[in-house]
Structure formats: structure tokens, C-alpha cells
Design a protein around this ligand. Sequence first.
Ligand code: PLP
Length: 421
Amino acid sequence: MTTELSTGMSLLARYETALMRTFGTPPRVLLRGDGCYVWDADGRRYLDLLGGLAVNALGHAHPKVVEAVATQLGTLGHVSNLFATPSQIALAERLLALIGSGGRVFLTNSGTEANEAALKATRRTGRTKIVSAKGAFHGRSMGALAITWNPAYREPFEPLPGEITFVDYGDADALAAAIDDDTAAFVVEPIQGENGVVVPPGGYLAKAREITSRHGALLWLDEIQTGMGRTGDWFAHAGSGIVPDLVTLAKGLGAGFPIGACVGLGPAGDLLGLGDHGTTFGGNPIAAAAALATIDVIEEHGLLEHTMVAGEHLTAAIDKLHDARIDHVRGRGLLRGVALVDPVAPAVVKVALDRGFIVNAPNPHTVRLAPPLIVGLDQLDTFVDALPELLDVATQADLSAACDAPASHTADNSPEEEVSP
Ligand SMILES: Cc1ncc(COP(=O)(O)O)c(C=O)c1O
């Protein structure tokens, strides 16, 4: 008997043959998006509550970003860094203005590259020791991997750049004990996204600033996931009253167009000097135009405030369920982790997808939501309304152990564990 494959399944069969196995086989092929919705190859619609891993700040196919990209591409698409462009210059100025400090910007194509630039900048202090945090995720290149915590990601690729010490996240005493006068930098996420949306205790960043300053070490904030409005401020460190030395950005910066930035504030802006670093595509005018349009839309539509309101609404609505299977909701703005009592988050993600919701599980106990900043409260409510049933089905599937290992997971990536970007 021959069974006909759906369009999605036959595309995935080709994916399995042609693509490296780094991500396993994705559960769906997506064809198009509009606002907070995407459609798969078989015509099914999904409410995107993950925004391409905290990237699609303005949803899908936002007309302002589309127009900016198309106009720039139709005018001047690429020049390399042998030349300057107005959009590149304007973006660097705009980022410094948003951060509210003087400095200099190095533009990249991704978060990992932004972190590589920052890592090289730390070497220019003349020191080589870096302190990072347990649970940290900073990317998958050899340098970014060296400061990433997950041993399963790191160990197969050792030796990596060395002299990295990992301290407990949020523990200022541990940080004070780890940093000395030979430390080049402390790199830290203001909220650990990939680790399950972990929020440090209040005052942690201020203490980190105080400790690093005392020892002449740099404070490097990886705001790749938390920055550009995701937490309801332009940057998650905004309320902490500190000025970091390095800030790395990407994800929401281009609202889906690949771009990253390494921002050096004050003297740190001069650490990388002539010939110290380079990139062919980084800072290209199309990406810069996309980022400028994104910033404009966030400002013009009051999306920072909306993000704060929507995030609080989501948390309050989930709390109101009084569902004993949900321990709590953590995070800030529209970066939220729903902490589950039982390790069924991967099953919830799978059931949610079948019901038309895209979320993910950074760990077995956490369902992460990072929707577009334009998401409507009513759209969030549809997920909250569905959540008890998603938990019913997921728990059932888990109990019966019929939770057959999805094809999307490879041997080094247990069904409980998602692959980080
Ligand atoms: C905090 C943080 N840093 C760095 C990265 C790597 O960014 P990219 O995947 O754009 O290289 C990520 C990606 O998830 C991240 O969350």
C-alpha cells in the first residue's frame, strides 16, 4: 500500500537528506507569516508565541520592515566595510542613544558574532581571564562556546579558549570570590533565556558592576535575548542604574533580519582598534535599515509599554488558572517561562503545536514564551485558555510513556532537551 506524503512531510524528508543533522528534523515546514501568525506547508495556522526564538519583535512580514529592506536593497544592498553607509552610521548612533552612553559599535550578523567581537575586545585589556555564569548561553562558535555553560555543548569541542571560570548565576558573593585583578571581564545575561528564563535577584547587576569596577574588570552584558524591548525596556539592565562596559545585541534588533551588535561603552569602545576585527557582511545597509525601522516602529507604537502590560497580563492570566501543575511564571515583559511541577514541557510544546500554538521548552520543566512585541492580549488569552487542556494531554502522554521519541531529536539531544540556537 502506498501512502501519500503531505507537502510538509515530503519537504521534511528532503530536509532530512540535505541538511546537516545539527537541529534534528523540525516538526513543521513553515511557508509564510503575517503578524503573530504563521502557516505551514499544509495550510495550518499557528499563533507564534516564540517569535523565532525571541527575534520577530514585530511579528511576521511587518510592512515597515519589509519596506525598509526592499528600499535599501533596491538602492544599495552591500558595500563591505571598505565603505560606510548612512544607515550603518545612523544605527550605531541610535543604539548608543538608546543605551544612553557614549561609546562605539561594531555591527555583526548574529549574536554569536557580537559575542566573538566582545570576547576579542576583552583580550585587548591585556588580561585573559573571563568569568561567566553557570547556566549561561552565549552562542556556539569556539569563543562563544567557551563562555557557554552547558557541558554537553562545550566538551566535545574542547580545547576551547581557556581561563574561563563559571560562577553561580545571581550569587554576588560567588562573583566577588571569583574576580580578581587579573580578570578581564564578567559576562552575564540580565535574564538567562536559554536556561529557562531565569531572573537573578534584585541588585545583582549593580553588585556585578561594583565588583568588576573594583578590580578593573569589564562588565559585559549579553542582551542578545533580553535587549531591544523584549523585557519592556530597551535593555533589561535599564532599571539597574548601571553603565556596563560591553553590551551585545542581536535577535530582536532586526526583527527577523539577521544583525547583531557589540557595543563598547566609554573607554571599552576603543578596545578594538584598527585592524583588530573584521567582517564582510556585518553592518550591511540592509540589516541596518531593518534595525532602524524596527526601532522606529517600537517607538511610534509604544511597544515598550505594551510589552510590559502584555507580559503582566499573561502572567496574571496564567496565575488565575490556579492550576496545580503550574508552579509559577517568571520573567519580565514578553520573555516568560512557565515553570511546571512535572518535567512535561517538551510534551506540552508538542501538543501545543498540534493545537496551533508555537512555544518551546528550554528545559523539561519550563515552557518559554517570547512572542512578538505586537501580540494582542486576546491572542495571549487563547493560549492561556488552552493551557489546562495542553497540560492534560501532555501529562497523559508522558504518563503512558507513549511519548514516542519525536523524530526531531537526535542521539545527543534527549527528547527532554531542546537544541539551543
Ligand atoms: C543570550 C544569548 N547570547 C547569544 C546567543 C547566540 O545568538 P545567535 O544565535 O544569534 O548567534 C543567544 C541565542 O539564543 C542568546 O540567547
